[in-house]
Design a protein around this ligand. Structure first.
Ligand code: TRP
Length: 333
């Protein structure tokens, strides 16, 4: 049987370059080789957006368009909407017995996100326990491989722990998944921050127009110690060069720019102009494909419905095994 991939995204807004290098690229590359399920995690998105659920529906479509735009083939990949697979909720509840409060409290990604969100009325239990529901996401589809960005590694580790406990305690039916990091595990933001992230407003989105790309690139953070174009500059840790290295296929041009930047014989503007060119060339076909699908909303809807139907059937099958393993499949039905 073909090995399986499950990964997903919260539909809180459009996907960006960080998503691309962290995970989307791997999904596209592996879609022929793996039986691939991609989860639009709207239930998880609710955990910190429960006060404005009305933003979810449009974003489910936006994220789907991003998937199709980067080249996920709906003939091969199942796009699944999380809230339409209620079995996930059930599995989450069973998994809750297998996780301690202390383990959740140690999860570094969760800690970081809680700090960022600055919950004023305390941490909602739903948010705090989302690593458990994410473990259900991964295991209900019996995924072998989870292509994700670096920040998701603690979630995969948590999943592996739950699987080991479940299999030991009940019956060996769940699969211990492996994470797969992207070519660039963590893309810095345009502000030079450690991570490109919607909530930090330092993104270049996959569907951005040339004007938007240009504006973001030209205002990018470079080397704060370099004041004049004739000052020697730093290439390491400079996000403009990080992006050049990731997205500019003309390696000779990048090397030349790096060399001149270090010597102080090239200005920021030229380096950025060339980055803009490289990024536009990269994003143009993605934007075009996005527009083509956006013009056919009925087809997009069909893709989601069909993917979700297949995903749910698989989830139901796993839950049947889970209930048997847990001896809660009574002869009463
Ligand atoms: N937590 C992921 C994110 O914030 C989204 C997600 C939900 C996910 N369920 C998943 C990722 C299962 C991988 C596997 O982007």
């Amino acid at each position: 049987m073909r090995k399986r991939i499950l990964t997903g995204d919260r539909p809180t807004g459009p996907l960006h370059l960080g998503h691309y290098v962290g995970s989307l690229q791997n999904r596209v590359r592996l879609q022929d080789e793996y039986d691939t399920y991609v989860l639009i995690a709207d239930v998880q998105a609710l955990t910190d957006n429960f006060e404005r659920p009305e933003m979810l529906e449009a974003n489910v479509i936006e994220v789907t368009l991003d998937y199709l735009a980067v080249g996920l083939d709906p003939e091969k990949v199942k796009i699944v909407v999380q809230s339409m697979v209620p079995e996930l909720t059930e599995l989450t509840i069973y998994f809750m017995n297998l996780v301690t409060v202390a383990t959740l409290e140690r999860n570094p990604t969760l800690k970081e996100e809680i700090k960022q969100r600055n919950f004023t009325k305390g941490i909602p239990v739903g948010f705090w326990s989302y690593p458990i529901s994410q473990a259900a996401d991964i295991t209900i589809f019996k995924a072998d491989l989870v292509p994700v960005g670096e920040d998701q590694l603690p979630m995969i580790e948590q999943t592996r722990e739950i699987v080991r406990r479940f299999n030991r305690l009940y019956k060996k039916i769940l699969i211990e998944p492996r994470a797969m990091l992207g070519r660039v595990a963590r893309l810095p933001g345009t502000d030079g921050g450690t991570k490109m992230s919607k909530s930090l407003g330092n993104c270049i989105n996959l569907g951005d127009s040339p004007e938007q790309i240009r504006k973001r690139v030209m205002s990018m953070f470079t080397d704060p110690l370099r004041i004049h174009a004739t000052d020697p500059g730093r290439v390491e840790g400079n996000p403009v060069f990080t992006y050049h290295n990731v997205f500019n296929p003309d390696k000779a041009e990048v090397e030349d720019l790096e060399e001149r930047y270090r010597k102080g014989t090239v200005g920021d503007v030229e380096v950025k102009e060339k980055l803009y060119k490289a990024l536009s060339a990269f994003l143009e076909p993605i934007r075009e494909r996005r527009n083509q699908f956006a013009a056919k909303p009925e087809q997009v809807r069909e893709i989601i419905i069909e993917g979700t139907r297949k995903g749910r059937a698989l989830a139901q099958q796993t839950m049947d095994e889970v209930r048997s393993a847990m001896k809660i499949k009574y002869a009463l039905g």
